[in-house]
Design a protein around this ligand. Structure first.
Ligand code: ADP
Ligand code: 2DT
Ligand code: MG
Length: 207
């Protein structure tokens, strides 16, 4: 059995990640499964959902950070099993969001290295597409509904993502500039990259 590939789409809020994850999974048909982080359906995910949607539900930055990571660990074995069974797993956010959103808060001691530690040992994607946008996404549908969707914080997260990429080396990561591109244009750009990775023979990798 040839193992499936782990494909990640990352980026700021409302850059089109979920839209393109759905496009990719639909294009791959029965061979692919979509997993979105945070997975809000688990017990830990429900707490995370409350934190994101209820501004009166406060947690220390360290605690919520560890919950996001714990949420990935909850699904590690399930993802591994699917890959071993030959399914491609498409991830909507993962470790890089985990590190960038927390480190962007600028809290003493919570630097990139601290934030990355709890994710060490998780499966490393075979391909990461980072959706980069120069224009802000505040006019896109839904922007502003959740805790982190504020223009100034998004700018900080954007800078932090690039600092994260300097520190966490990953030769399978590609930056896609999605500014001013339609949904179809972005999909045309990523389609060949997906096609290449699923046809490659690759060893398994962990962070
Ligand atoms: P994300 O998952 O990154 O937050 P979504 O895929 O949910 O973003 O997209 C946010 C909104 O923007 C949706 O209403 C979606 O239809 C729209 N959208 C997605 N990609 C584009 C695009 N390339 N151009 C214009 N609108 C887009
Ligand atoms: P969406 O469900 O709209 O993608 O928003 N986040 C996500 C973190 O702070 N840490 C993480 O580890 C992950 C996976 C980014 C989810 C929000 O949660 C943030 C936006
Ligand atoms: Mg989304």
């Amino acid at each position: 059995m040839v193992r499936g590939k782990l494909i990640l789409i990352e980026g700021l809020d409302r850059t089109g990640k979920s839209t393109q994850c759905e496009n990719v999974v639909n294009a791959l048909g029965n061979d692919a499964v979509l997993i979105k982080f945070p997975d809000r359906t688990t017990k830990i995910g429900q707490l995370i959902n409350q934190y994101l949607t209820d501004k009166d539900f406060e947690l220390p930055a360290q605690s919520i950070h560890l919950l996001f990571s714990a949420n990935r660990w909850e699904l590690k074995e399930e993802i591994h099993s699917m890959l071993k069974a030959g399914k491609h797993v498409v991830l909507d956010r993962y470790v890089y969001s985990g590190v960038a959103y927390s480190a962007a808060k600028g809290i003493q001691g919570m630097d990139i290295s601290w934030c990355f530690n709890p994710d060490k040992g998780l499966l490393k994607p075979d391909l990461t597409l980072f959706f980069s946008n120069s224009s802000n996404m505040r006019d896109r549908e839904g922007f502003g509904e959740e805790r982190y969707e504020k223009v100034e914080f998004q700018r900080q997260v954007r800078d932090t993502f690039f600092n994260v990429f300097d520190q966490i080396k990953d030769s399978n990561r590609i930056v896609i500039d999605v500014s001013d591109k339609s949904i179809d244009e972005v999909f045309s750009e990523i389609k060949p990259l997906i096609h290449d990775v699923i046809n490659k023979e690759l060893g398994e990798c962990v962070y």
